[in-house]
Ligand binder design. Structure first.
Ligand code: NAD
Length: 426
């Protein structure tokens, strides 16, 4: 007898994609989605894989695998980051693309989810090599990206410069400037004010709102932040700006801990001088990333990468509130343990949505060729994050759901409602 699709398993069926799929299944009973719509949404619409040849500085050539997965175009163009990381796989991109769909829908942005990446070690590559990789990648992906099709943005180890190279390569092939093809660009070529800070600032806007609801003002909390990149470093600064104490931060090398509170200006200067060596920061106690997650604190912000809070360490986490700056940092088993321990987890699709929200603002500004002030952008972001948080909190109380399930249900309902109205083509 012929095997069914489910029995064979598809190429993206990795543990991370199965986590994303299981979260979807767990939320479905509360979302009232017709079976045919649920079945459609279990699969990404399209996955592209290519190989990217790059001439290295020593004149050798290397070929890097690259992926772009587009999960849903029901609400509009797909949107999602591009990461450069040695662990990128098709399944990782598929999981992150699915989460992007729920995230955009939860924030009521007219987008679906996508994610892409190149399997490479960016720390071992020079800026010239990264530029050649990015330009060739953009050429390979010309037919699947575009301002009305799929709009990339920065993610792990990619930044404004990467987006500038992508925008330039795309524009040169079109013959005119197309700033709206990517977001997270430098201001000089159509980037939005406040985009660089948006994800980290959004994490803190959500955390602050949650603290208010829980009756524990953020200004009284001591916080630990894992990841000191684009998200974690801004989140740490914003926490301090709200009066909270940041007692530990980490990067890939490990972390530094000072129960009296870290001086973040000094830490930042140190990081800029000693690229990625936070564990050696002299004015704190050195801790590994594993130890950092179990330090005594009120709020733990996980802003590095996926699968950090697991069955092994969830029982030892001391924080009273967890904020997910990264995508997928908590495994299903850890989620269950936190629910049993009564530790609320502010879920990624809500908490780190500030980045894609200001990316949406950037795209709108680029399309209209009319630009907003920093204050206006920050104000609009707070409005949208607060509205999404309040809807999630309300649904969670009304239906007795964890905040993650409530956020998923809210996002899934938006997409499912639109797909039901449109119908599945033909
Ligand atoms: P980044 O590359 O700027 O920073 C990542 C940080 O994590 C760095 O400090 C790095 O040293 C650290 N890190 C890497 N590997 C680690 C490991 N094994 N253990 C501990 N720390 C490690 O990336 P980013 O943009 O800050 O993204 C961080 C997370 O936030 C990712 O999950 C990303 O998908 C998510 N995210 C980013 C944005 C955005 O706007 N940048 C938006 C939404 C979600």
């Amino acid at each position: 007898m012929a095997e069914t699709v489910e029995q064979v398993g598809l190429e993206w069926d990795t543990p991370l994609f199965l986590t994303a799929r299981t979260q979807f299944e767990q939320a479905l009973p509360y979302a009232s989605v017709p079976d045919r719509i649920a079945e459609r949404l279990r699969y990404p619409e399209r996955a592209t894989m290519c190989s990217t040849p790059v001439q290295m500085d020593d004149d050798t050539w290397r070929v890097f695998p690259a992926y772009r997965v587009q999960h849903s175009s029901v609400l509009g163009p797909t949107k999602g980051g591009i990461r450069y990381d040695p662990h990128v796989t098709l399944g990782e991109c598929a999981a992150l693309a699915m989460w992007m769909t729920w995230k955009c829908a939860l924030l009521r942005l007219p987008y679906g989810g996508a994610k892409g990446g190149v399997r490479c070690n960016p720390r071992d590559m020079s800026p010239a090599e990264l530029q050649r990789l990015t330009r060739r990648l953009t050429s390979e992906m010309m037919s699947v990206i575009g301002p009305q099709e799929d709009i990339p943005a920065p993610d792990m180890a990619t930044d404004e410069q990467t987006m500038a190279w992508m925008m330039d390569t795309y524009s040169m092939q079109k013959g005119y400037a197309v700033p709206e093809v990517v977001t997270g660009k430098p201001i000089s070529i159509g980037g939005s004010l406040f985009r660089a800070e948006a994800t980290g600032a959004g994490v803190v806007m959500v955390t602050q709102r949650a603290c208010q609801r829980l009756g524990r003002p953020l200004g009284d909390q001591s916080c630990v932040v894992q990841g000191f990149g684009k998200v974690g470093s801004v989140a740490a600064e914003e926490l301090v700006a709200c009066g909270a104490k940041v007692v530990a931060v980490s990067d890939v090398s490990g972390g530094t801990y000072n129960p009296a509170g870290l001086d973040l200006h000094e830490v930042t200067d140190w990081v800029h001088e000693h690229r990625h060596d936070l564990i050696e920061y002299p004015d704190g106690e050195s801790v590994t990333n594993e130890e950092l997650l179990e330090l005594p604190c009120d709020v733990l912000v996980v802003a590095a990468l996926e699968e950090q809070l697991t069955e092994e360490n969830a029982g030892d986490v001391k924080a009273a509130l967890i904020a997910e700056g990264a995508n997928g940092p908590t495994t299903l088993e850890a989620d269950q343990i936190f629910a049993e321990r009564g530790i609320p987890v502010l879920p990624d699709i809500l908490t780190n949505a500030g980045g894609v929200t200001v990316s949406y603002f950037e795209w709108v500004q680029d399309l209209g060729r009319l630009f907003w002030s920093r204050d206006e952008t920050r104000f609009k972001l707070r409005d949208m994050m607060t509205d999404a948080f309040d809807r999630v909190w309300h649904l969670s109380e009304e239906q007795g759901l964890t905040l993650r399930n409530a956020a998923l249900v809210a996002g899934i309902r938006e997409v499912a409602g639109a797909l039901t109205a449109r119908g599945i083509y033909p």
